[in-house]
Design a protein. Structure first.
Length: 325
């Protein structure tokens, strides 16, 4: 019994700590744990040929939505309760296989425009993440409730039914978003300044590009604090630190006639957007993406207290064992 009493502070402290980490909540804030977290995503996105020149080039926009389908290391399945909305514009410094993105400046397609002029979404924002206490409709495999079944309709559903938790974008000199077009895609003629017609024939299993990025957080309502400590390599190979990093990402094609208001030119999927179905492959929608977002969560004061209490209990136990010997 003496040893049991000495173990009680340890068991209590560690038990409380594990309870706080292992809680089965699925919002963004409760899915994150102190330290590094990988947020594994799936996304659907629409390509807009802004100047209607039939080419994939500077000024064109890609926008869409992201489902955060897993949090690691907590192991929580968010149960379709965490989504992001993004909008990105091809920067003029892009060339060949190197695609550099910046926050969208095209009227009507900026992130702020897509999110109904939310005061928390500034001009440097490129992504906004939402959650809710009950599941969203599964926007990867199903249409949102009610018409229209368009990309804007999906974004409206996320905005209207969720709570904004994080806005991330370019507010630091190290921030970037970059995609390197794959060699097979280049062989098909896909590259900056080339015709966008090859996108039509690129099915979902075809990797078009690999992605990386570093973002700063401009709005945070998660209850967590984030550190600018996540390591990621910029396009020139230099190591930078970020609050949100994108790595191990890839973009796939999605062939299908319903995304082409004009022959071989994805001008704007808009009302013609058809959801990507997993049955039979991801067809009839713009691009598909799978990326890993990494964030570093600063331990909360309560967690630090519990950890200190646990250490104190372990010290007391060790001293008790020493005194008994």
């Amino acid at each position: 019994m003496k040893n049991l009493k000495q173990l009680t502070p340890v068991a209590l402290a560690l038990g409380l700590a594990m309870a706080s980490i292992g809680a089965q909540a699925v919002t963004i804030g409760t899915g994150l744990v102190p330290g590094l977290n990988d947020l594994i995503d799936e996304s659907r996105e629409t390509y807009v040929d802004v100047n209607s020149n039939g080419r994939f080039d500077a000024g064109d926009v890609i926008y869409g939505y992201i489902r955060l389908s897993d949090f690691q290391p907590s192991g929580l399945d968010p149960n379709n309760q965490a989504y992001g909305v993004f909008s990105q514009e091809i920067d003029a410094k892009s060339s060949g296989r190197d695609v550099y993105f910046k926050p969208t400046t095209v009227a009507g397609l900026t992130l702020n425009d897509l999110l109904s002029n939310d005061a928390n979404v500034n001009a440097s924002a490129i992504a906004a993440f939402y959650d809710r206490s009950t599941p969203f409709v599964d926007l990867i495999n199903n249409n949102p409730p009610g018409p229209p079944a368009s990309m804007d309709g999906y974004i409206d559903y996320i905005h209207d039914n969720g709570t904004l938790r994080i806005v991330a974008g370019f507010s630091d000199i190290d921030d970037f978003l970059y995609s390197e077009i794959s060699s097979p895609a280049t062989a098909l003629g896909i590259g900056i300044g080339s015709s966008n017609a090859p996108f039509v024939s690129a099915n979902s299993s075809f990797t078009i590009a690999s992605n990386s990025g570093a973002f700063s957080i401009s709005y945070n309502a998660t209850g967590k604090t984030f550190n600018d400590l996540v390591q990621v390599f910029n396009p020139s190979g230099g190591l930078v630190l970020a609050e949100v990093a994108v790595s191990s990402g890839s973009t796939g094609g999605a062939a299908g006639d319903s995304v082409k208001p004009q022959p071989k030119n994805w001008l704007n999927a808009g009302g013609a957007f058809t959801q990507c179905l997993t049955t039979g492959g991801d067809t009839n929608c713009g691009f598909t993406d799978k990326n890993n977002f990494t964030v570093n969560v600063v331990p909360e004061p309560g967690s630090l207290f519990l950890f200190s209490l646990a250490l104190l209990g372990l010290t007391s136990f060790a001293r008790g064992r020493k005194n008994q010997s």
